[in-house]
Structures are given as C-alpha cells and as structure tokens.
Design a protein around this ligand. Sequence first.
Ligand SMILES: C[S@@+](CC[C@H](N)C(=O)[O-])C[C@H]1O[C@@H](n2cnc3c(N)ncnc32)[C@H](O)[C@@H]1O
Length: 273
Amino acid sequence: MTDAPVNPNKALWEKGDFTRIAETMRESGEALVRRIGITRGLKVLDLGCGDGTTALPEAQLGAEVLGVDIARNLVEAGNRRAAEHGLTNCTFQEGDASNLHQLKDQTFDLVVSIFGAMFAPRPFEVAKEMVRVTRPGGRIVMGNWIPNDPTLVAQILKISSAYTPPPPEGFVSPMTWGVESHVTERFEAAGVPAAKISFARDTFTFHYPGTASAFVGEFRKYYGPTMNAFDAAEKNGRAAELQRELEALFNSQNQGKGGTSIPATFLRVTVGR
Ligand SMILES: C[S@@+](CC[C@H](N)C(=O)[O-])C[C@H]1O[C@@H](n2cnc3c(N)ncnc32)[C@H](O)[C@@H]1O
C-alpha cells in the first residue's frame, strides 16, 4: 500500500488545534453573521468553515447550512458542536475550496467564507468554484486579512514569514485576497462584472481570558502557521526572538482590562451573482 501524497494546505490546518483560536473569535463571528442578511431557510455554504464560528450562528438564525473545510479534525469538531447545540440544519463535510467537485452548480443562496477560502491554493479556481455553486441572484461574502495592515493577524503572518523559509516557486500568498484589485480580477475571470463586487473594512475582535503573552502561547501551540514559524525558528536558534516579537505585538495591541481583547481589521467582500 502506498501512502497518499501529503497535501501541505491540508496538513497546515490539521496541525495543532485551530479550535483553540476559534474559541476566541466566537463573539465577532456571531456579530458578523447578524450583519449579512441571513434569513430562515436560506441555503448557505460556509467555506473554510473551521469548527463553525460563523456556520453555527447562521444555522441558529434558521439557514440550512453546509460547512466545508479541508481539515478533517475541524470538520469533526464542527459536527460535534452542531450536535451539542441541537442544530439539525448544520452539517460539516471535508472539501477543498479549490475544487468543490462534490457540490452541484447553482446550489446556494449565499456562500460565506471568513478567513477560509483565502488560504486555499489556486485563487482563480477558488473564485470560479464559489461563483459556480452560487445560484443566480445569490451572494458571496468573504472576509480576508489585509497584507501589511497594522493590526493583529496581518502582523502575526508578516512576522512569522520572516522566520520561515521562502515559499515554493509559483506560490500565491493568501494575503493577496486582501487586495481589492486581485479580488476583482479573480471574480471577473469567473464571470462576475466588477459592478457586482463591493468592499468594506470590518473588524474581528479576539477575546482571550488570560494575558496577551499567554495568548501568544496558544498561537505557538495550536495555530498551524505560527507552529510552522516556531519550528523553523527553533532550527535557527531564533525561537526566543520570535516569541519576543509576537509578545510585543500582542501586548501593544491589547485593549483588554484583565483579559486580552485585540481587534483586527479585515476586508469584507460582497459579490452579487
Ligand atoms: C483561519 S481558519 C478560519 C476558520 C473559520 N472560518 C473561522 O472563522 O473560524 C482557516 C480555515 O480555512 C480552512 N482551509 C484552508 N485551506 C482550505 C481549502 N483549500 N479548502 C477548504 N478549507 C480550507 C482551514 O482548514 C481552516 O479551518
């Protein structure tokens, strides 16, 4: 028997335990879902759904939700959480945003992808797939981190990249999904006129009950991209330096009194089909 080749995109997100970070994002996930026009019976695809930070609130508002994610452990966690909340209108399955072959054309009224599809390779295929599975008259809503933004997540990814080896030739940075011209180009190539694509700045706030430095520890132990940065930094004897840089970032952005509360800006993209 030969082992299946490793998919680095899948391996990255199955590494660690993203649910630990997702726990700190629930409040903003619920608040965002309340702003995107969910109605009873709406057919929603939540793509790159993780363990359901936005999928569960969508279902709680009465939508029929399918969560799709590349990471098996997060799909399992999502299904567990939906069952714990008694939600029979929310199911999770494995899938790749770059190739949603298991989903039929024009199936969903709304495709939501909050910091999800942006991490899939082949962004033009991702846009094409999201458009293909959305019904005419439906919508796509994406939340994408913004490159070089001064707030938390863009800075974590920027700092981390300085400690990791350069990506392979041809790699397209997920952060390009935070640049309006790239997003427009990708959806136009998928057949959507630019007039149907709109952008807004929005905020997600991370809430963690411990100190900002302890919150860095959660990223180091459980968040795939940060774990990889520390693995690489350790090999070069630079792990302490990376830890210091991240602690300085988290502490400088912490607005919490007692616990940790850090806002992060993202690009909200709305596409009409
Ligand atoms: C930062 S997490 C966000 C999860 C969730 N949307 C949330 O807001 O908590 C990124 C998610 O995208 C998923 N992902 C990454 N690449 C993917 C791909 N090619 N197809 C589907 N999901 C993917 C990861 O497994 C992970 O759950």
